[in-house]
Design a protein around this ligand. Structure first.
Ligand SMILES: [Zn+2]
Length: 350
């Protein structure tokens, strides 16, 4: 249905009216990784898809750094026109190896929000994010059935790669919201039972940036870095003290490793329930702005500590990409939702 509406709006040119109407708003794109090896994971875009999107924004929009865009939004009269800021969450190594050359080619600025325990390669999940760690283990157990009922999960039939991806997404949804200690115990328990040695070629897609690669990107003056906490825990589920510590320590670590101030923050998971007035106030203490994963564009009145983003995963083709950027997606969401609120789309992200 949505697809049909897109086609009608696109081929009648009506979407261009919405695009024009939204020209002064800021679009912030949220990516995670860009990969040469397609694992069909929502967070990892194939290189060609990313390339196509970057070519499009360099032709039809004005790519700006998030920091510059925020400065403009604060002004009485914003000079933003068709402005797009590119952001990446978590700090994957392929941001450097695959995405960075494409950004350089088109001279597109980007900001990478680092989860510092990930970039610091804490050994708990072999230096991977727990979600990717579990996914690789499930793929390794492909062809079998696993029963995690006793861990508060389900029985999963891992017949093929799609089934593994479905199992991962179910496990992720269930475990994302429980406290880190308990979650980590369950993940380790699953890992023991799945008993698979992750291969280097699998590992390479999901591993984190090296600090020297981050420095090289910084030197280009095209890429900057923001904080995304230490352990990627949902802040509204922590005490105020713990939440503050997650923000402060991640900011301090990146600043000390890279020698530059960190002024932007991304809430883990970032849905409307994942941050509140108290977390926003904490973010304001340490940063100039904070981004969520609530879907939409930003105008001058947008709260700088609840900036909306457009969540880009591997299931968005170029037509859909154009619809999101132009504000058509948000417009349709508003029409379809009685309460007039654009929905958060970070169901598959991390
Ligand atoms: Zn994240």
């Amino acid at each position: 249905m949505k697809r049909l509406i897109y086609f009608v709006l696109y081929y009648t040119g009506l979407w261009l009216i919405v695009r024009f109407f939204n020209r002064k708003k800021l679009a912030i794109l949220m990516y995670h990784g860009v990969t040469d090896k397609d694992y069909n994971v929502w967070t990892q875009l194939p290189r060609s898809q990313f390339q196509e999107q970057m070519e499009y924004i360099s032709r039809r929009y004005h790519p700006v750094s998030l920091e510059d865009a925020v400065t403009s939004l604060k002004k009485e009269k914003s000079e933003l026109r068709y402005a797009v800021a590119v952001t990446f969450d978590d700090g994957f190594r392929n941001n450097f190896s695959v995405a960075f050359p494409i950004l350089k080619k088109h001279n597109i600025p980007a900001l990478i929000f680092m989860t510092t325990s990930f970039v610091d390669k804490e050994p708990e999940f072999r230096g991977l994010l727990w979600t990717d760690y579990i996914y690789l283990l499930l793929r390794g157990a492909r062809g079998s059935k696993v029963d995690f009922g006793d861990l508060g999960l389900k029985e999963y039939d891992l017949s093929d790669y799609d089934a593994c991806a479905k199992a991962k997404s179910d496990i992720m949804t269930r475990l994302k919201t429980i406290p880190a200690g308990e979650k980590n115990r369950i993940v380790q328990d699953m890992a023991r039972r799945l008993n698979y040695a992750i291969k280097p070629e699998d590992y390479v897609v999901f591993e984190s940036l090296e600090w020297n690669e981050a420095k090289e990107m910084l030197t280009s003056q095209l890429v900057t870095f923001g904080a995304h906490t230490v352990r990627h825990e949902i802040l509204t589920r922590l005490t105020t003290e713990e939440a503050e510590k997650e923000m402060r320590l991640s900011k301090e670590l990146i600043e000390s490793r890279l020698g530059v101030p960190v002024t932007a923050f991304a809430y883990p998971n970032g849905k409307r329930d994942d941050f509140d007035d108290s977390t926003e106030a904490l973010a304001a203490k340490y940063f100039d702005c904070a981004v969520s994963t609530v879907e939409g564009l930003n105008d001058r009145n947008q709260d700088l500590y609840a900036l909306r983003r457009i969540n880009i995963g591997n299931d968005i083709d170029l037509l859909e990409f154009k619809m999101h950027l132009s504000g058509v997606y948000e417009f349709l969401q508003m029409l379809l939702n009685r309460n007039g609120q654009a929905q958060s789309a970070n169901k598959k992200g991390y």
